[in-house]
Design a protein around this ligand. Structure first.
Ligand SMILES: [Zn+2]
Length: 226
């Protein structure tokens, strides 16, 4: 949700993902977080008039809420897969294999230096049990590594290790936006596959499958159904 993204360090990632069409504004939240008082609480949004909203805080009274802050975003996997394929100059029109529902997709293969690698996209790897589930799905697939798993999640080095020979590549580290296109740093990806680029960091925006929760860095934000 826009309100939380704006108040975090993730605004730049949101811009990258929205401008390539991988994140879309799909809904508007009915609850916002209150920033008017010292409590951490959520408050229901009321529409005052067309395009004008407010939320009530028991301590601070009515607060104006901008329509912009209410925007809820969802990940568009085919659009994101197309951007990654374009960024790596892979054939664009092959089917995407969803290896783990809502979590892991195989996009094809690409060669980095002399290493032929499978290309995957995964989301929400920071969730508990997610890496284990992804590991099981990869082992069940007939081909065995090496592979690059692009992810919108931040994954620390210790966590990425159990997936070897697969490398987890957070998009904020391996990709940048150039003229509305995702540009992927193939040299750095090759280095990661060789094990020369173990340093992984960054802030990711991860959405729950029903988009009722977003995790930004270490903080999770939950919103209630309308
Ligand atoms: Zn309040």
């Amino acid at each position: 949700m826009r309100q939380w993204i704006s108040s975090s360090a993730a605004e730049a990632q949101l811009k990258v993902l929205t401008s390539i069409g991988a994140l879309r504004h799909v809904d508007n939240a009915s609850v916002v977080r209150c920033y008017a008082c010292d409590e951490t609480h959520e408050t229901a949004v009321e529409m005052v008039s067309l395009g004008r909203f407010r939320a009530y805080c028991p301590d601070a009274g009515y607060q104006d809420v901008s329509a912009h802050d209410l925007e809820v975003y969802a990940v568009d996997i085919p659009a994101l897969a197309a951007s990654i394929r374009r960024g790596l100059e892979m054939p664009p029109n092959r089917p995407i294999d969803e290896l783990l529902t809502g979590r892991l997709w195989r996009l094809g293969e690409q060669r980095f230096d002399r290493i032929l690698s499978s290309i995957y996209f995964a989301r929400q790897l920071g969730e508990s049990g997610a890496l284990d589930a992804v590991g099981r799905a990869l082992r069940a697939f007939p081909e065995q590594g090496p592979g690059v798993i692009f992810s919108s999640s931040p994954v620390d080095r210790a966590h990425s290790f159990p997936l070897a020979p697969y490398v987890v590549a957070p998009l904020d580290r391996y990709a940048e936006l150039s003229n509305q296109h995702l540009r992927l740093d193939q040299d750095r990806i090759a280095a990661a596959l060789r094990g020369d680029d173990g340093q992984v960091c960054g802030v990711g925006v991860q959405f729950a499958p029903d988009y009722r929760q977003v995790r930004i860095g270490q903080e999770a934000y939950r919103f209630t159904p309308k």
